[in-house]
Design a protein around this ligand. Structure first.
Ligand SMILES: Cc1ncc(COP(=O)(O)O)c(C=O)c1O
Length: 436
């Protein structure tokens, strides 16, 4: 009898398909994906594919890169201070890799993966962020997702800026917490959400310090006031602020004078530090709790010594990189001034992140023309990183760019934009381009 039942269960799906004419395969959406997600009109597809799925050279940071034998000026990486190409950072990585290989120590942090180097690294991160303790992760997204996933639970309320980074939102979903969003960088709307929430429910406000696509800074002073007034906790992901903002490079909170009013500081090493990995920093009990429970600590291999060694060197350099920070900001102001003068819309950026708003077609075509005709490598950013139709060219000037590089970028962009308008702008934006 059991045998018959088992055989029936095997054939049943096929019978159901035959009867209904439907194919119930979980991969169906993958087969349809390319067609359905078409973001461009037919005639634009080759350009979109070239720009959005183009292959970068391995050495893609530094102002000048070699793309298949062609020297190109690049403005696409988040290597704000040029640390990814800093000889001392590279030497630290190379020395550690020569001694220990690229994977040591093997194992996850709670098993065999924690070594004295990790603990020393975490003491230095805590010292940098002026907190009691810190915990490091193998990636920034893992720091955000893993921390939020265990700090909040189904009884809790997370109140997030509507543009909070996707890794924070993913963590909130895993946590099973109630999630409410407030209007981007709008403390009045945050207050509205807080005032309508159950006062007895444990709650945490979750924001970015600097928003990666707009370049604007969270109004942390007002957010801290609301945190105090409504008895909430505050988690700040300052992936783009650390190393960049404030005299000491301690981020948006330093710049706005509220470092000690933030409960959990979080960040990544993949931007101004030029390496990779992420961290949280805060009270020792909170850090210990996350160390014991974050899925992205427990269920993944520890960071290799060569990466930790390089990041420790970079951290040391970033802390004292006042000249590079000054040059970065001078470059950013100069570039954004030039762009505005020439009529480009760079939104309300307050940091070196420079989003040039051109719409999806404009951004992709101009990036393509810049690459092909002017030897400039910039990235076009379209949905899902920004809203559909709101494509940008996202330019990141760094401390290593010269003024002449910035001037060349702006004149080239003007020419590329004129060419785009002359040849493409008259065509209607494809219906399939948006779909939503
Ligand atoms: C605001 C923000 N948080 C977190 C991350 C994730 O950092 P990582 O690339 O180190 O995983 C990023 C990077 O895209 C980011 O921009």
């Amino acid at each position: 009898m059991c045998m018959i039942l088992a055989q029936w269960r095997q054939v049943r799906p096929a019978l159901i398909e035959e009867a209904s004419g439907e194919v119930a395969d979980i991969f169906d959406k993958c087969m349809r994906f390319r067609e359905e997600q078409r973001f461009a009109a037919q005639e634009d597809v080759p350009v979109f594919e070239r720009v959005l799925f183009g292959v970068s050279p391995i050495e893609n940071a530094g102002p000048w890169i070699d793309v298949g034998g062609r020297r190109m000026l690049q403005f696409s990486t988040n290597d704000y201070l040029g640390m990814s190409v800093h000889p001392e950072v590279r030497a630290a990585a190379a020395e550690a890799a020569a001694r220990h290989g690229i994977s040591a120590p093997m194992g996850a942090r709670p098993l065999t993966g924690t070594v004295e180097l990790h603990l020393e690294f975490e003491r230095r991160v805590a010292d940098f962020k002026r907190t009691e303790a810190a915990l490091t992760f193998t990636m920034g997204a893992g720091a955000m997702l893993g921390s939020i996933a265990c700090l909040a639970g189904p009884r809790d309320l997370l109140i997030m800026d509507q543009l909070a980074h996707a890794s924070l939102v993913a963590g909130a979903k895993i946590a099973g917490a109630t999630i409410k969003f407030f209007r981007h960088n709008d403390p009045a709307n945050l207050e509205r959400v807080l005032s309508r929430s159950d006062p007895d429910k444990p709650k945490m406000i979750v924001v970015d310090g600097v928003y990666s696509m707009n370049g604007d800074i969270a109004p942390l002073r007002e957010i801290c006031d609301l945190r105090d007034r409504y008895g909430a906790r505050l988690f700040v992901d300052d992936a783009h602020g650390n190393g960049v903002c404030g005299e000491g490079g301690r981020g948006a909170a330093e710049l706005l004078g509220v470092e000690d009013r933030i409960d959990v500081h979080a960040g990544t090493f993949s931007k101004a530090f030029g390496t990779y990995g992420g961290f949280i920093a805060g009270p020792k009990e909170v850090v210990f709790y996350v160390r014991c429970l974050a899925p992205t600590i427990l269920f993944t291999k520890a960071a290799p010594a060569c990466v930790v060694a390089a990041t420790m060197k970079s951290l040391e350099l970033v802390r004292s990189a006042k000249d590079r920070r000054r040059k970065l900001w001078d470059n950013a102001r100069y570039l954004q001034g030039l762009l505005r003068e020439r009529g480009f819309d760079v939104g309300a950026t307050q940091t070196p992140i420079t989003p040039i708003r051109l719409g999806d077609r404009g951004a992709v075509h101009c990036a393509d023309i810049l690459r092909r005709s002017f030897g400039i490598w910039v990235s076009a950013v379209v949905y899902p990183a920004v809203r559909r139709g709101n494509g940008i060219i996202r330019v990141i000037p760094t401390a290593l760019h010269e003024r002449s590089d910035l001037e060349y970028l702006v004149t080239s962009l003007q020419a590329a934009h004129a060419e785009f308008q002359a040849t493409h702008a008259a065509q209607p934006q494809a219906a399939a381009a948006t779909g939503a």
